[in-house]
Design a protein around this ligand. Sequence first.
Ligand SMILES: C[S@@+](CC[C@H](N)C(=O)[O-])C[C@H]1O[C@@H](n2cnc3c(N)ncnc32)[C@H](O)[C@@H]1O
Length: 688
Amino acid sequence: MFNCYVRSYKFTMVLMNPVISKLTGKLVVLASSSPRRLEILTNVGLRFEVVPSWFKETLDKRLFETPHEYAVENAKLKALEVAKRMPYKHLKTPDIVIGADTVVTVDGLILEKPVDKQDAYRMLSRLSGKEHSVFTGVAIILCHEKKDGEINYQVIDFYEETKVKFANLSDDLLWEYINSGEPMDKAGGYGIQALGGMLVEYVHGDFLNVVGFPLNHFCKKLGVIFSPPNTLGLSPQGSLTPNGSQTRPVETASSVASSPSATQAYNSVLDSEGQHSPSASPVHKVKQGESAVGGRDAPQTLVSSLSKCSENGEVKHLDNSGLMAPGATNKGTKWTQNANHSEKDDCIEGMRKMTELIDGFKASKALFTASELHVFDMLRSSKTGELQVEDVAREIKASVKGTERLLEACVSLGLLQRKGKEYTNSELSRRFLLSDASYSLQGYIQHCNEMVWPLFSYLESAVKEGTNQHEKAFGKTSDNLFQDTYYSRNEVKLRFMKAMHSIAIVSSRDVAMAFDLSQYTTACDLGGCTGAMAYEFVKVHPGLSVTVFDLPEVIEMSDHFRPHDADNRVSFVAGDFFKDELPKADIYILARILHDWSDEKVHILLSKISKACSSGGCVLVSEIFLDEDRTGPGRGLLQALSMTEGIQRSASEYSFLLKSQGFTTTHVKHTHNILDAMLCVKEGLGNQ
Ligand SMILES: C[S@@+](CC[C@H](N)C(=O)[O-])C[C@H]1O[C@@H](n2cnc3c(N)ncnc32)[C@H](O)[C@@H]1O
């Protein structure tokens, strides 16, 4: 299943990185569902679709001379699988497919993703106190459709190495880190961009390479591919011709990958359903007696020759033969921001960031408007799924000129695609913007447009007065946000509930899966609204029954959101959690509840929970956890700007509040989805 990643909420920008802008108008596909790669590429303004590869990572590592060859081969096969599947399964041919694979190597071993906690412990203790290498192999596949319909696949690949040194790590720290859940989907068992950063003493080389994608090297490579025609151009047949001399075999749809091992692997990678199945054994010995870092004996590939011509005299990366010298990558360059950035690059980067900030509201409003006018649903419901401007304008009862501007803006934002005069929904809008999509964000978009947008137009007053601006924005005061504002009219209430529902649908699975709850049988989802979170909890935990507890106004409308396959282990109880008796339960779920209230109100609620909590019980808090230094994530801090009496808090601030009511935090999970989660057990009664 597509791993929904919404923490990167930034909208696309107007001024783009000049290299990235070369890809404008091209169908670019990222053959990876890694949220980290997605975020890195999104942040530089690349418009792309995500089509996770079904390639099974089962290559025999012993066949590879060096770890980077292995990573590059994996990247290539992942990308090729997607490039070849899309024309048949998605009925469209991408222009460019990007694949990547990251491995960590230490003591001659390749470490991939841990399969369980013990495996994570083995990996992390091996890394403790030592320097290791992180290699990311990247493949860029250029797809050229020939006149006869056959497709040429052209492969450009490269890799980047970064050295990372871990501090000496105590077992306690390692287990605390492992129990946070973070290591499980990361090569080498750590994520440098989050909690794992605490383990790191230094980084030599490209930091983003360790996160999962060597952006700087990638941009250079794009520059070589698309920029200087005299240095490296695409021939009419689509062959890459660096300086007219170096070419790489061009693949056709009927031929497969370029090396025997790749061909063999590719033919065996897909099972009958074409499903991805992860490698079973993450730790493998690489060939002994060779440098674990790219050796001089490594076969010369287009990569190395491209590196030579593209990196314009940056010989520190290359030896005379154009091959990566062992251990040479960025050696001695302590990471600051980006070691290779010139002042001009910094200026362009700064301008990009500034225009993104300045124009962000235009992107939001264009999305809200297209959504409000049902553009996405309407395009889908047309016979062919595509329409011209005039047809859309007629359907939405709008001017042709205005509609054209809106559709063009949506194309630039990656929400629509245009081929000739025909507009269609992009993968992104099919997934998130159709009203009946499983991950539809329509409800949340409507809430933002009707409720949050007006509040933000009074932000200056909100800052000056330090209070919410409901009176100015909606003509009435709001002492109790829910009763006075959200539930004052049925129409507004339904809209609010739809907004809560849509966010719960995209985030609830990660929250439900965050912890092992197998020892508990009953839960109460306080402020559980439509029950979306509760239905996911019972799906994930077969032994659990959940009572959704919410205000009577909400409970009376919960039937609107009842799933067709509703599980009868979910029940609904109406009440006020500040005044009424709480249902008895082993676990109290508080999802997006505590941030709405002052510390004083939180204490009242938590003390009621503490009294109701069965022995051995716990509280599961799910919120956006602010970084401990309150410098991010932006999503939480921006939301705070329009909040009433609520406070956005960090995990330790929530822990502190819970501690004062007798709950000890045992686990914190940063899910990389919208909501994080923590588990707090009633003192004196351990849970695991
Ligand atoms: C921000 S929503 C979160 C909904 C849900 N937990 C989720 O994560 O999707 C807050 C919920 O708390 C409920 N709520 C607010 N005050 C309440 C009270 N005094 N008693 C019970 N529920 C309340 C609201 O009705 C609403 O459903």
